[in-house]
Ligand binder design. Structure first.
Ligand SMILES: Nc1ncnc2c1ncn2[C@@H]1O[C@H](COP(=O)(O)OP(=O)(O)OP(=O)(O)O)[C@@H](O)[C@H]1O
Ligand code: SF4
Ligand SMILES: [Mg+2]
Length: 404
């Protein structure tokens, strides 16, 4: 039977895919309802006793040659989303299209062929560079392996890429420890760029650098984007940096995208209470400006046990009764600007949500009443029954894995 909650959920999913409907030529990357859970194992048989819901159904698209910024509190799932999109780890469900091709449908061989087209730049350049190889080799190794240019053009090609990233030819023979943090990040950018990619995932690429070097690297990334028509997904905590480099922005909270849209719209009119709180903490370079900071109470809840309804309700000052029971649908509040919050419901939607919230509250009350009426022995037996049910599922899982 289709409940009101199912209908609302279907509407939510449809809304969430509003920005990612087409696998058309315009969008280099399209992500649809992507989910990534990490199972929590326990006991001798490594029973799955729960899941860390790191990414819990996100949808977005990035047009070719543009940058999407991904922001949110620490632990909200930004890096997991990025790594899953690049298929550096398996998904739980959902779809990712790169240039119209479903990344998760590719065989290992096809994926290997596609790898040079999607590159990643990490936060800590030092740990991602081999200390035993000189820079020329670090940048050139994959160029040779993927046969990006004929062997006779190899040296000139590596030099050209190094120049484009602000490095000199004589740096080729030096080792990573002989460079500054900013130079090391340039080496990582050169290594990614050398494979002639279409898409680069930048995961906190400037967080470890001081402000003046940050600006140089960001400007470098922008220049390279224009020159090579690159598409970026730019993950960062720094909202000023994201505003500077991004054409569009996605705000994540506990594994969900709560707001997406063009950068100017999100920065001039943030809609979601979480976005408003994040933006209220951005310093303004004006001594006379009175900051009106919204301080969020408590820390981000555990993704292994997220709050019911709207996941932000435990920290939201605008929380209403429906927020505690029903997850809000993602709606296009203004052109291209999407938000998942009950504050933007129509009157009819509010009526439907209120009915649904009432139904869930009643169900919960009945379940609590039934539990309270149990004797201590019945409760123990109920626990034992649940334990054996999950044990059975684990054993079944182990056998089906062996068959695979
Ligand atoms: N391999 C893993 N196994 C289990 N849990 C994981 C794993 N990787 C990430 N997580 C959990 O998933 C959640 C999201 O982590 P993620 O690293 O994606 O956050 P983030 O938004 O990138 O945070 P930060 O801004 O601090 O880098 C966290 O609760 C984290 O503990
Ligand atoms: S849905 Fe409710 S709890 Fe969630 S952000 Fe909006 S107002 Fe706050
Ligand atoms: Mg991260």
């Amino acid at each position: 039977m289709t409940t009101e909650q199912d209908k609302i959920q279907a509407a939510a999913e449809q809304g969430a895919q509003g920005g990612a409907e087409e696998n058309g030529t315009d969008n280099l990357l399209v992500v649809k309802n992507l989910v990534k859970y990490f199972p929590i194992k326990s006991g001798f048989l490594r029973r799955t006793v729960g899941n860390v819901r790191a990414v819990d159904g996100i949808s977005f698209s990035i047009p070719r040659g543009t940058t999407m910024g991904l922001v949110g509190e620490s632990g909200c799932g930004k890096s997991t989303a990025g790594r899953t999109i690049l298929r550096l780890q398996d998904k739980t469900s959902g779809e990712v299209y790169f240039d119209g091709v479903d990344i998760f449908s590719l065989s290992k061989k096809e994926l290997r062929k596609m790898r040079p087209k999607v590159q990643i730049i990490f936060q800590d350049p030092y740990s991602s560079l081999s200390p035993r190889l000189p820079i020329g080799e670090i940048i050139g190794e994959a160029v040779r392996e993927h046969k990006v240019v004929p062997p006779e053009e190899h040296d000139a090609y590596v030099t050209r890429i190094m120049h484009a990233c602000g490095l000199e030819e004589y740096h080729k023979d030096r080792y990573p420890h002989e460079f500054s943090g900013g130079q090391r990040q340039r080496i990582c950018i050169a290594r990614a760029l050398a494979l002639n990619p279409d898409f680069i995932l930048c995961d906190e690429p400037v967080s470890a650098l001081d402000v003046s070097i940050q600006a140089q690297i960001i400007n470098q990334l922008r220049e390279l984007q224009k020159e090579f028509n690159l598409t970026y997904l730019f993950i960062s905590h720094d909202l000023s940096v994201v505003e500077h480099i991004s054409d569009s922005v996605g705000v994540m909270y506990l594994g969900n995208l709560v707001e997406t849209g063009p950068t100017d719209k999100i920065y001039s009119r943030p809609l979601h209470p979480n976005t408003k709180a994040l933006f209220s903490a951005v310093p303004v370079p004006d001594p006379d400006y009175q900051m009106d900071r919204i301080v969020l109470e408590g820390s981000i809840p555990s993704p292994a046990n997220p709050p019911s309804g709207c996941k932000f309700h435990t920290r939201c000052k605008d929380c209403m009764e429906i927020c505690r029971y029903c997850a809000p649908a993602t709606k296009e509040v203004e052109e291209g600007h999407f938000c998942a919050c009950h504050l933007y419901n129509t009157v009819d939607e509010n009526v439907a949500y209120e009915a649904e919230a009432k139904r869930i509250a009643e169900e919960q009350r009945q379940a609590k009443e039934a539990y309270d009426a149990m004797t201590p022995f019945q409760r123990k037996m109920d626990g034992v029954k649940k334990y054996f049910a999950s044990l059975g599922a684990s054993i079944k899982g182990l056998f089906s894995k062996k068959k695979d």
